[in-house]
Design a protein around this ligand. Structure first.
Ligand code: SAM
Length: 248
């Protein structure tokens, strides 16, 4: 397994996000990859296991969503610590690559699956992450709990639910001024209009939408950036399962 080295892709990182991993980041990416491959033998974590595919679909894709924030022009400058939540993290994406790229940010990995979170807790120990914690819960539950509600500067959600459902999960967890990043594949202007109406009900708005292709397979992607501009009404998020069954 150790022979499955991830590609470095320094020029691709630089060209696509004006950022490059240093030697420490590269070692951590490789360790993360090996832990996921090992975990995959017990748990169904991901079908993306080939080195180049893992690089593009898990590492590059995870970091592309926060590229504007990596460059630090999206978050308030006076923040001492940036608190991030990765909603429906699965095997740790996009949260773990973000934790590697930004060891100065505090990341909470959230998933409803206890098995996945148990795996992530041992991975966090094995890799010695000091800026990552993992919790088993539904986004709808913690969105109503005072220790989590309105706590985060950045909320990430990739491949979790339709965008309006992700908005109902994410916006209650953000501070006013915070940003939700929704990772999407295809996306249309009509969907932007409908998501705008949903975001408004939750105290947010769509700040901007980025459209791009992945650097190796040229697959289409969109990153949606939702800004929280007012407190979310108390009735949101609705009880577990309701956002998915009756999207706003
Ligand atoms: N974000 C990861 C990725 O992009 O590789 C995992 C995506 S996986 C398809 C979706 C994950 O979201 C599952 O692990 C599931 O347990 C979790 N999930 C779905 N709804 C959730 C909710 N309401 N609260 C917490 N986790 C949720």
């Amino acid at each position: 397994m150790g022979s499955r080295a991830l590609p470095e892709m320094a020029a691709k990182w630089q060209k696509t996000m004006s950022w490059q991993p240093d030697a420490g980041h590269l070692l951590e990416f490789q360790s993360l990859y090996e832990q996921i491959l090992a975990g995959n033998q017990q748990l169904n974590l991901t079908r993306i296991v080939e080195p180049k595919e893992f690089w593009e679909k898990h590492l590059w894709d995870s970091l592309r969503g926060i590229a504007p924030a990596l460059l630090s022009d999206l978050l308030p400058k006076e923040l001492e610590t940036v608190e991030i939540i990765d909603i429906g993290t699965g095997a740790g994406f996009p949260g773990l690559p973000v934790a590697i790229a930004r060891p100065d940010w505090q990341i909470t990995l959230l998933d409803a699956s206890g098995k996945k979170i148990d795996f992530l807790k041992s991975l966090i120990d094995n890799l010695g992450f000091e800026n990552v914690t993992a919790i088993t819960a539904r986004a709808e539950e913690i969105g109503q709990q005072p220790q989590y509600r309105s706590r985060y500067d950045l909320a990430l959600a990739r491949a979790v639910a339709p965008a309006s459902v992700c908005a109902e999960y994410a916006l209650p967890l953000l501070k006013v001024g915070g940003l939700a990043v929704l990772y999407r594949g295809h996306w249309s202007d009509e969907e932007t209009e409908s998501l705008s109406r949903t975001a408004k009900k939750l105290g947010g708005l769509i700040d901007f939408v980025e459209r791009f292709t992945t650097p190796l397979t040229r697959s289409l992607r969109h990153s949606l950036y939702l800004r929280k501009i007012a407190p979310t009404p108390e009735k949101f998020p609705r009880p577990v399962g309701v956002p998915g069954r009756k999207p706003l």
